[in-house]
Design a binder for this molecule. Structure first.
Ligand code: TRP
Length: 366
C-alpha cells in the first residue's frame, strides 16, 4: 500500500531525505543559490524542502507582489516550536509579502471538539498576542477566522468539491471521515483564496509548513491547476521545515499535549531552568573526565539542537558546536547557555505581550 501522511495525527520523521523522495518534495538546497538573503532556518537546512518555491523567489527577486499564508490550530498552548512559523512570517513580511493568517476554528471544531468560542479566545490569548509581540505588523496583514470570513472564500471552499473525487482523497489522505474532508476543503480554500480578485487576484503564494501539512498542499496545487481556467490561479508554493524536537529526544516533536516536551512562551525563568536541567536529553558522556577526553555528541543533544533554532549568529553556534564536540564545553555548561538564551528572550517577550494585547484588534479583519 502507498504510504500517506495523516495531518491529524502527530508524526515523527527520522529520515528527511527519504521522506522527500517518497512524497515528491524538492530539496531546498537546490534553490538556495537564488535566495538573496537566506534566513538562518534556510542556511541551516531547518527549512529542508519545497514545492514550487521558484515562483515566489522570482517574485521576491523582481520586486513583484507575493503572499505569505499560514494557519494556526487554536488548541493548546503556544510553545517554542510554533515560533518557527512566526519567524518565517516575519521574514516574508519584511520582504514585502502580504500576509494572510488563518485561525483554523472550523477545523478545530470538526476534528478536536473545540467550540468556536473557545477557539477564538485561545487564538487570541495564546497565539495572536505572541505573534504581535514577536514583531508581526498590521500593515498588509490579515488575520481571519475560518468561521467568519468573506462570502467568496466560503463559496470557494465548496466549489473545490467539484474538482475532486473520493479516490483522490483516499490516495492523498487515506480513509478519512466527513469532518476531515470538510477541514481539508476549507484549508484548500484558505490557501487559494488570496488569489481571488476580491483579495488581490492571482499572484505567487508561499505557505510555510511542517511536513504534516503536506497532503493539504498537494491537494491545493492539484485543485489550483484544475481551477486555473476559471480563476487563473498560480499554483501555491510550500516550504517545509523540520520540527523543533521535544526535550526528551531529537527524534520526538514538541507537543502541546506534553508539557515536559516543550517550553511555552509564557513559562517563567524557574520553569525554564528546571525543565531544561531535568528533561533536555544530553549528548554528553557519563563522566566529566570521559567527556573532556572524547567530547560530546551535538547531533543527539537536544540543548545544542535547540540552539540551532534559537541562536541566529552562525559564528557563535559554530563555536558552541566545536567546543562541545571536542569536550571543552561540558553538558551542564551547554544547558546553561540554552537556559540563558531562553530566559533573556522570554523576559523581553513577556514584557511585549502586555503591549501586544492592546493591538489585537488592528489585525483581525471582518
Ligand atoms: N491544518 C493546520 C494545522 O493543523 C491549520 C491550517 C488551516 C493551515 N488552514 C491552513 C495551515 C492553511 C497552513 C495553511 O495546524
Amino acid at each position: 500500500m502507498k504510504k500517506v501522511i495523516d495531518p491529524w495525527s502527530s508524526i515523527n520523521v527520522e529520515n528527511y531525505g527519504r521522506l522527500m523522495k517518497e512524497f515528491g518534495i524538492s530539496p531546498f538546497s537546490n534553490i538556495m543559490s537564488k535566495v538573496k538573503n537566506p534566513s538562518s532556518y534556510m542556511r541551516r537546512g531547518i527549512i529542508f524542502g519545497h514545492l514550487g518555491f521558484d515562483v515566489v523567489l522570482d517574485a521576491i527577486n523582481n520586486g513583484q507582489k507575493f503572499v505569505m499564508l499560514t494557519g494556526l490550530m487554536p488548541s493548546g498552548k503556544m510553545h517554542l516550536g510554533h515560533k518557527l512559523v512566526i519567524d518565517q512570517m516575519l521574514y516574508y513580511q519584511n520582504l514585502g509579502a502580504e500576509c494572510f493568517i488563518t485561525v483554523a476554528d472550523i477545523e478545530s471544531y470538526l476534528t478536536r471538539n473545540i467550540s468556536l468560542k473557545e477557539a477564538r479566545s485561545t487564538a487570541i490569548e495564546e497565539y495572536l498576542i505572541n505573534y504581535i509581540a514577536l514583531g508581526l505588523k498590521p500593515k498588509n496583514c490579515y488575520v481571519y477566522f475560518q468561521s467568519d470570513w468573506k462570502q467568496s472564500y466560503n463559496n470557494l471552499s465548496k466549489f473545490i468539491a467539484r474538482e475532486i473525487t473520493f479516490n483522490e482523497i483516499n490516495a492523498i489522505y487515506g480513509e478519512i471521515n466527513p469532518s476531515k474532508i470538510i477541514s481539508a476543503l476549507t484549508q484548500v480554500a484558505d490557501i487559494l483564496h488570496p488569489e481571488l480578485n476580491e483579495f488581490g487576484g492571482p499572484r505567487p503564494v508561499v505557505v510555510p509548513v511542517g511536513i504534516d501539512q503536506h497532503p493539504h498542499l498537494l491537494l491545493s496545487r492539484d485543485v489550483a491547476a484544475r481551477m486555473k481556467k476559471e480563476f487563473n490561479f498560480i499554483s501555491p508554493a510550500a516550504t517545509y521545515h523540520r520540527f523543533m524536537p521535544g526535550l526528551q529526544s531529537v527524534n520526538t516533536k514538541m507537543s502541546s499535549s506534553k508539557p515536559e516536551s516543550y517550553i511555552a512562551l509564557t513559562d517563567d525563568e524557574k520553569t525554564v531552568e528546571s525543565k531544561i536541567k531535568k528533561y533536555a536529553f544530553s549528548g554528553g558522556r557519563d563522566t566529566v573526565e570521559e567527556h573532556k577526553k572524547k567530547g560530546g555528541n551535538p547531533e543527539i543533544d537536544v540543548s545544542y539542537q535547540w540552539l540551532t533554532f534559537l541562536e541566529e549568529d552562525d559564528k557563535k553556534l559554530e563555536k558552541i558546536y566545536n567546543d562541545y564536540k571536542t569536550g571543552r564545553l561540558l553538558s551542564g555548561e551547554l544547558k546553561q547557555i540554552l537556559i540563558d538564551k531562553l530566559n533573556s528572550f522570554l523576559r523581553e517577550h513577556q514584557k511585549k505581550r502586555e503591549k501586544a494585547r492592546k493591538e489585537v484588534d488592528k489585525f483581525i479583519y471582518k
